[in-house]
Each structure stands twice: as C-alpha cells, then as structure tokens.
Design a protein around this ligand. Sequence first.
Ligand code: SAM
Length: 220
Amino acid sequence: MNNDNIITAQGYHVPVLLNESVDALNIVEGGTYVDVTFGGGGHTRHILSKMDGNARLFSFDQDADAEENTHRQSPEGHEPLANDKRFTFVRSNFRFLDNWMRYYDVDHVDGILADLGVSSHHFDDQERGFSFRFDAPLDMRMNKSATLTAAQVLNTYDEERLADVFFLYGEIRQSRRIASAIVKARAKANVQTTQEFATIVEPFFKREREKKEMAKLFQA
Ligand SMILES: C[S@@+](CC[C@H](N)C(=O)[O-])C[C@H]1O[C@@H](n2cnc3c(N)ncnc32)[C@H](O)[C@@H]1O
C-alpha cells in the first residue's frame, strides 16, 4: 500500500439521494450492476454493500481524479474498492457502455445508476476552471486527456454556435447578446481565464441574479 491509499475519498463528493437511488435498483442475488458516474464512489460503495458475493458492479468515470478514489479507503475507513473482486472500474465515457459490456462478456445488466453532472471535486479544484469562484485557465475538461477545452470553444466557435450552447445548455435568455460580446472581446485578445470570461459577461446580469446566471453560464 502506498501513501495515497491511506488518504480517504472524504470531501470528494457527497452522494445525493443515496438510499433512495440505490433502493430503486432492486439489487438481486448474483445481479450485474453499472454505476456510470463513479465520482467519489459513494453510490458505488452503497451498491456493493447490498450485493452478495456473486454479484458484479462496473463503475465508469472519465476523470482520472475519480479513478484515484478506487485506491483509497472509504471515509469510514473501509478497504479500497480496487481490492473488491466484485468491482471493476472503467475509465471511460459511459457512452461506450455497450462496447465495454461486450469486452467484459456481459450480455445483460440488472440495473444502471447515473448521477449526472460534475462532482463537488470539479468545483473545488481551482486548476480545472469549472468554477467562477477562482481565477483559472478555462479548461473544464472532465476527461483530462480530451483535447477540447472551454477556452477553445469560446475562442473558435462562431457566434451563432456559441449562442446555441448558452441557450441550450444554460437556458441563458441573453445568449445571443453574450455570444456577440465574446466574439467582440476575442477579436482583441483570446479569452483564456475564468475571470476574463466573467468580466465580459457580468454586465449582462443584474447584481442580485449574477451568481445564479453565472452558474448557468458555466454549466453551459
Ligand atoms: C455527480 S458526480 C457522481 C458522484 C458519485 N455518484 C458519488 O457518489 O460520488 C458525476 C461524475 O460523473 C463523471 N462523468 C460525467 N459525465 C460522464 C460521462 N459522460 N462519462 C463518464 N463519466 C462521467 C464525472 O467525472 C463525475 O465524477
């Protein structure tokens, strides 16, 4: 065991609706389950606690930081998940679920849990650019080996496409005007950091709604 293994996954992410979501899986003896969004492993651990010795669990996450949690003790001090023979971690986007199940010779699964979105860890990691609380490069890649960063999106998408991103994924009402402001700003200099981005878009939001609107924009 190296030193990392005695660090727990505590603080990485607090799982939501833990009992309700895992109860809804109706775990059966010898069943096969998939947690497509492993994160800090809170849901995965709870699923494993309900499984018998013959059941199997495949947990996906595309983020290498999440995978590290499989080698750590649980917040309660339980053994690292990587030591549990019933458990398999798959570092991949879950869009490839079918392919991976074929790879592991699984022809049906009894339940899938998806806790979609970002984890608290993403917001708390100052380097990754998911949060407007910190000044950081506009990265926002969940999969750190992916090539497309948020900065590339902001600096290369045409105005209409940017507006569509803000409107479709953030439900931003002023999406067209914000896209236009970004295109004007980037003509002078590329937008590289969360603070540069915030400075361009803040004037569009009323002070009392600013945090809510910024959160929606960052979500987009
Ligand atoms: C809300 S967190 C899940 C938290 C988890 N249920 C727990 O108990 O800690 C979502 C996780 O899913 C991962 N994720 C999001 N979209 C993904 C995708 N398309 N493929 C694989 N992983 C994804 C993120 O990296 C993040 O770790």
